[in-house]
Design a protein around this ligand. Structure first.
Ligand SMILES: *Cc1c(COP(=O)(O)O)cnc(C)c1O
Length: 450
């Protein structure tokens, strides 16, 4: 309703509020231009977006080559150095590097004793690994709906989902935008729940000037290739809980006591464990990437704020909102909601296609997770059949409806983090392309129908 403005009204309204003066020349000049999908010139030339991951042979290869030539490839000093630097960057006492973010979560849950019979609160708007990690431990993921304005778990809906079986909350700082940690921590304290932050997309994001991952009992990070700190594969657990971190070390090293060097045998395992160690060359790549993370994070924040300011008044474009206590985001993705009715009913798929024709890469983001059939399949296993009542498992879908998330998954549009490393002028090009599609929505819709 609020956004139902014609183009003329839109310009008039914005002219009155002085916004047109602030619009980039490209945006104003372009509003009559033919969209690329209808045969016009694209807003941008193909393949000129910053590549990802970044690598500079001159500055990045020294440690890596020294590792390769040393022949010390299993966990040793380089991994320890990376852990030291990542703990310092996040502001925790400890860090343990592991094979990936998924297993960082699996380990953290296991070492806080989460197991079959327990329930873990998760948001539905997340990467599948958040939920897989809960299932890997035999626990039941309990979905709490999202706040569609922020894309994050809605803290106001958590308490209604807490039962005597609830043991933990996994707030996910999804898209690199921090979840609302103050109410989440208060609820956790009240109900004596462990908080494991899934910060796999939120490197150096901050809430009340504290890095995410350092606020809950533990934080988990991913260094997979697409992530803001990219190593190909990799992950880390951070925490100030020494006993917990010692257990995580043991679990990921065959159960050997904390500090046992690689290659030691007959050390006497302290627990049943597995092996999830990082290699020295992964740490060397990670250290090289860590040197550029701070500046990249600043640039992403600047460009995201600028792009948001340029598109927020286009009817039907609803950019993310950050919670008031967020002091910095990571912007693994730049999200907004797309309201087709404001674009003359042009579907999201057709909107995305038109943007891509302008050489603006974009995607529709996550599909609905909480109703995926793999969940029901998992619950058929002996672990679940033995640990949960028939009633709990058969009414699972009914108790895990997330209507806000269902709608969000239909409306979301994402730009990837590497696009936010481009120039301000390129942010103008994105805005201008969206504006062009808005102007020509009717014709684009007609074309899509034919
Ligand atoms: C990437 C990601 C993970 C898993 O990390 P991997 O390193 O790919 O195993 C978990 N949670 C979220 C939110 C992620 O984005």
């Amino acid at each position: 309703m609020k956004n139902q403005l014609t183009r003329r009204e839109f310009i008039k309204k914005n002219a009155l509020t002085g916004l047109v003066a602030g619009l980039p020349v490209s945006l104003l000049a372009n509003h009559n231009a033919q969209p690329a999908i209808l045969g016009g010139a694209p807003a941008w030339n193909k393949n000129n977006w910053p590549i990802w991951p970044q690598w500079n042979p001159e500055t990045d290869e020294k440690e890596l080559i020294s590792v390769i030539r040393s022949g010390v490839w299993s966990r040793a000093a380089m991994v320890t150095e990376f852990e030291k630097q990542w703990a310092a960057a996040v502001g925790t006492q400890r860090c343990l590097a592991v094979v990936n973010g998924t297993n960082a979560l699996v380990t953290a849950l296991a070492q806080y004793g989460i197991q079959a019979g327990d329930e873990v609160i998760v948001p539905p708007y997340t990467f599948i690994a958040t939920v897989s990690a809960v299932l890997s431990n035999g626990a039941l993921p309990v979905f709490v709906d999202v706040d569609p304005e922020t894309f994050q778990i809605d803290p106001a809906k958590i308490e209604a989902k807490i039962t005597p079986r609830t043991k933990a909350i996994i707030p996910v700082h999804i898209l690199g935008l921090p979840a609302d940690m103050t109410p989440i921590m208060a609820i956790a304290k009240k109900h004596n729940l462990v908080v494991i932050e899934d910060a796999c997309q939120a490197h150096l994001a901050e809430y009340q000037n504290k890095k995410v991952g350092s606020i809950g009992n533990a934080g988990c990070f991913s260094f997979q290739n697409s992530k803001n700190l990219a190593v190909g594969e990799g992950g880390a657990i951070v925490s100030n809980d020494n006993a917990f971190m010692d257990r995580c070390f043991s679990f990921t090293n065959f159960g050997n006591p904390y500090g046992t060097a690689v290659g030691s045998v007959s050390t006497g395992s302290t627990m049943q464990g597995t092996k999830l160690r990082w290699t020295e060359y992964q740490a060397a790549i990670g250290l090289a990437q860590l040197r550029r993370l701070e500046a990249q994070t600043t640039l992403r924040n600047e460009n995201a704020a600028y792009l948001k300011s340029k598109i927020k008044d286009i009817p039907g474009i609803r950019p993310y909102r950050l919670y008031d206590q967020v002091t910095r985001a990571a912007f693994h993705l730049f999200p907004f909601r797309y309201e087709a009715q404001e674009f003359k009913g042009l579907s999201r798929a057709d909107f995305l296609e038109a943007l891509r024709a302008e050489d603006i890469p974009c995607s529709s983001g996550y599909a609905v997770l909480n109703t995926q059939p793999f969940l029901a399949d998992t619950f058929k296993s002996k672990i679940y059949q033995n640990a949960y009542s028939k009633e709990t498992l058969s009414s699972y879908n009914e108790h895990n409806h997330c209507p806000q998330n269902d709608q969000l998954c239909k409306e979301a549009v994402w730009f990837t983090q590497n696009m936010l490393l481009a120039s301000r002028n390129d942010m103008d090009r994105i805005a201008s392309a969206i504006e062009k599609v808005y102007q020509n929505a009717e014709q684009i819709k007609k074309r899509a129908k034919n």
